[in-house]
Design a protein around this ligand. Structure first.
Ligand code: ATP
Ligand code: MG
Length: 412
C-alpha cells in the first residue's frame, strides 16, 4: 500500500453546477489523518468510456483508487460495469446485499423491483461492505497491485461506508507503518499572514519540523509534521507548545474539531444549559448546535428575534432601548441575551444583533457591524465587531464568533 491515492468522481451533475463535489474534500481529510495523501480528484461524466479513461489514467500514477457514484438502480449508473469491464471481470449478484436490500424494502413497506435488485450487483471477486444508510454496498477490488474502492454517490452513504468500513480497513492494513505523526492547532482571529509573520520573527519552525496551513471557515489550521522519519515525537510536542505560546488565546483547539463540538463538550462537562437569541444570523447558531446529535442535554432552544416587536415581546427588550439605541447596539444585544436567559431559564444565553447587509448600513453603523452578548451566572458580557465580507460571510462569521465567545466565559 502506497501513501498516495486518487479519486474518480462520476456524475454529470458535478460538472453542470447542480451538485458540489464534497467527496473529494471528505476523502482527502480522512485519508490525510491516516497519512495518505489524496493527490488527484478527476471528475467525469457518468459514461463508461469517461470512467474507464479516468481509471486507466489514475492507475498509471497511484495504486489506490477511489471511485464514487453511479452505483444506483438507474441505467445511468454504470460505474460497476465500467470497472468490471476494465478489469475483465463479470458483474455478479451479491446474495448478502440482496438479502439486506429485501429486508430494507420490507421495513420501508416498498415493493422489491428488478431495478432495485440491480443495487446488489457487484464486481466479481470484490470484497463487499454493507451500506449502513442506503442500498448500494461499498466494494474493494484488488488486481495487478492496484486497489479500487467503489462507493455510492449520495454523501451520507459515501461518508458512512468510508468511516465505518474503509477507514478502519486502511488503518489496519497500514498498521504502524505510517502511524500519523502530526500536531494540529486551530486558530481563530489571526490570518495566515499574521501567523507566518510571528513564526518568521521567532525563526519557527526549527530544523526537523515542517509546517502546513489550511485556512477556511474563519479559522486557520496549523499542522506540524516531522521533516524526516528521524524527527522525535518530543520535538513535535515542543514545537506545538511553542506555537501555542506564540499565538496565545487565538489557539482554541489542539485537535481537528468544530467549534460547536467544543461548546457542547464544555457545557456538558459543566452540566450547564444554553439558549440563543438571534437576529442577523436568523437561527444559524441554533442550527449548528442542533446538528450535533444529543445536543438537547445542554442546548434548550432559541428565539429568532428579527423584528423589534419580537425582541420586545419574546425577549423582553425594553421598547425605549430599541428606540434610543437602535436594534443593532450593545445595550440591545445585552438585553436580548438577558431576556433569552430569563425566558429559557438556562444557565447561559448568547445573543447576536448586527447589520448583515447589503443594505441598511450607515456611516455610524456600517454593514458588518455586529454586537454579541453572552449572559451567564457571572453577569453579561458584550462584544462589538465589524466583519468584512458579504451577507453570507458576515452571518457565518457572526455565528462563529458567538460560539467562540461561549468558550471564553469566566468559569467556563
Ligand atoms: P443512487 O442510488 O442515489 O443513484 P449512486 O451511487 O448511483 O446513488 P449517483 O447517482 O452518482 O450515485 O449520485 C447520487 C447523488 O449523490 C446525487 O444527488 C449526486 O449529486 C450526489 N453525489 C454524487 N457524487 C457526489 C460527490 N462527489 N459529491 C457530492 N455529492 C455527490
Ligand atoms: Mg445514481
Amino acid at each position: 500500500m502506497t501513501h498516495t491515492a486518487e479519486l474518480v468522481s462520476t456524475g454529470a451533475e458535478l460538472l453542470s453546477g447542480r451538485s458540489i463535489n464534497t467527496h473529494a474534500r471528505l476523502l482527502g481529510e480522512r485519508l490525510g489523518r491516516l497519512g495518505i495523501t489524496l493527490t488527484r480528484d478527476t471528475t467525469v461524466q457518468d459514461d463508461l468510456a469517461s470512467i474507464q479513461a479516468a481509471l486507466r489514467d489514475a492507475a498509471t500514477r497511484v495504486d489506490t483508487i477511489f471511485v464514487s457514484g453511479g452505483l444506483g438502480p438507474t441505467n445511468d449508473d454504470v460505474t460497476r460495469d465500467a470497472v468490471a469491464d476494465l478489469l475483465h471481470r463479470r458483474v455478479v449478484m451479491d446474495t448478502d446485499s440482496l438479502n439486506r436490500l429485501r429486508e430494507r424494502m420490507i421495513r420501508a413497506q416498498r415493493p422489491m423491483t428488478p431495478a432495485r435488485e440491480r443495487q446488489a450487483l457487484v464486481v466479481a471477486g470484490a470484497h463487499v461492505w454493507p451500506n449502513p444508510v442506503g442500498a448500494a454496498p461499498g466494494e474493494r477490488i484488488q488486481q495487478d497491485g492496484k486497489t479500487y474502492f467503489l462507493l455510492p454517490g449520495p454523501p451520507p452513504e459515501f461518508q458512512a461506508i468510508l468511516d465505518e468500513h474503509i477507514v478502519p480497513y486502511l488503518a489496519q492494513t497500514l498498521g504502524d507503518t505510517v502511524a500519523l505523526r502530526e500536531r494540529v492547532l486551530l486558530v481563530h482571529g489571526l490570518g495566515e499572514g499574521d501567523i507566518v509573520h510571528r513564526f518568521d520573527q521567532a525563526s519557527f519552525p526549527p530544523a526537523g519540523i515542517t509546517t502546513a496551513y489550511c485556512a477556511g471557515a474563519g479559522r486557520v489550521e496549523i499542522r506540524l509534521h516531522p521533516a524526516t522519519p528521524e524527527t522525535a515525537d518530543a520535538l513535535l510536542d515542543e514545537a506545538a507548545e511553542h506555537v501555542a505560546r506564540m499565538l496565545g488565546t487565538a489557539v482554541y483547539a489542539r485537535e481537528r474539531v468544530e467549534l460547536e463540538e467544543l461548546v457542547a463538550r464544555r457545557f456538558r462537562e459543566r452540566k450547564q444549559t444554553l439558549a440563543t437569541a438571534e437576529s442577523c444570523t436568523g437561527g444559524l447558531i441554533g442550527a449548528r448546535l442542533t446538528a450535533l446529535p444529543g445536543c438537547s442535554d445542554f442546548y434548550v432552544g432559541g428565539i429568532i428575534a428579527y423584528a423589534n416587536e419580537v425582541k420586545e415581546r419574546m425577549l423582553r427588550v425594553p421598547a425605549a432601548l430599541l428606540q434610543n439605541e437602535g436594534a443593532v447596539s450593545e445595550a440591545v444585544a445585552r438585553a436580548m441575551a438577558d431576556g433569552a436567559r430569563a425566558q429559557a431559564q438556562s444557565d447561559y444565553a448568547v445573543a447576536v444583533t448586527g447589520i448583515a447587509g447589503p443594505g441598511g448600513g450607515t456611516a455610524e453603523k456600517p454593514v458588518g457591524l455586529v454586537y454579541l452578548a453572552v449572559a451567564g451566572p457571572d453577569g453579561t458580557r458584550a462584544f462589538r465587531t465589524i466583519f468584512p465580507g458579504n451577507r453570507e460571510t458576515i452571518r457565518e462569521a457572526t455565528c462563529r464568533a458567538a460560539l467562540r465567545h461561549l468558550l471564553d466565559q469566566p468559569g467556563m
